[in-house]
Write a protein that binds this ligand. Sequence first.
Ligand code: 1HE
Length: 258
Amino acid sequence: MTKKDVHLDIRGAVARVRLTRPAKRNALNDGLILALRSIFENLPDTVRAAVLDGEGDHFCAGLDLSELKERTAGEGLHHSRMWHAALECVQYGRVPVIAALHGAVVGGGLELAGSCHIRVADETTFYALPEGSRGIFVGGGGAVRIPRLIGVARMTDMMLTGRVYNAKDGGQAGFAQYLVPPGKATEKALELAERVAQNAPLTNYALMHALPRIADQPADHGFLTEALMAAIAQSAPEAKDRVRAFLDGKAGTKVKKA
Ligand code: 1HE
């Protein structure tokens, strides 16, 4: 499926969602945000993992600033809530999403990447929150998600001083889990997606929907949620089959040294 500025390609169990607005550095206008929401809300049942990447030299330049000019406070509030709803469909959708990053991952582009479950960055990647210098604030969920990746102190510094993290330092700070050579992020993300797609669906569900909520709960509540999720996951026939395969010494199910 191709909507204007975004392209969906499904191969087997993996969907590839590509931002295709390179002339504007994949800046996210309202149409593009709504299209992303629709894609992630409507992925077919056959899809078990997704990759999100961007065409051109940059993953995403953030909010389309040309749409910001005349917004009133009320309109700004609803606009931010629209982003929240769309990025919730990425984070709390049906399948894990792996972001493949390169070039600029800035502003709303970083908020979008932050709503994904794994981030793979190539060495051209850089991270910034130019909102601080533009006299605005994050509005796409960044105030909630970014401190969970890099901490409040680093985010505050980025927004107060305009600090830009390169791929290596950004990875160490917590933005990405994988660093790969230039041009290799999508390939690596697709490889990871194939692996993720083979997990039991309830395990992926628990990691996407239960783990981040458990992390936000007081320990006492978290232990109970964990126990409930564990009980549900292990009662699935697929879990029984996988445990039996290990106990039967079937090849390929043993953990190997890294
Ligand atoms: C844009 C945007 C945009 C590029 N909105 N049009 N985001 C920012 O503040 C980042 C602004 N962008 C940049 O800093 C640079 O464009 C990049 C570092 C990403 C890329 O630089 P470069 O040299 O490759 O491209 P360029 O020449 O700056 O831009 C190419 C075109 O894309 C140009 O348009 P043209 O018609 O003159 O060719 C730019 O105007 C256009 N363009 N970025 C609109 N962001 C939910 S709240 C989130 C709040 C935010 O995200 S604020 C941060 C916004």
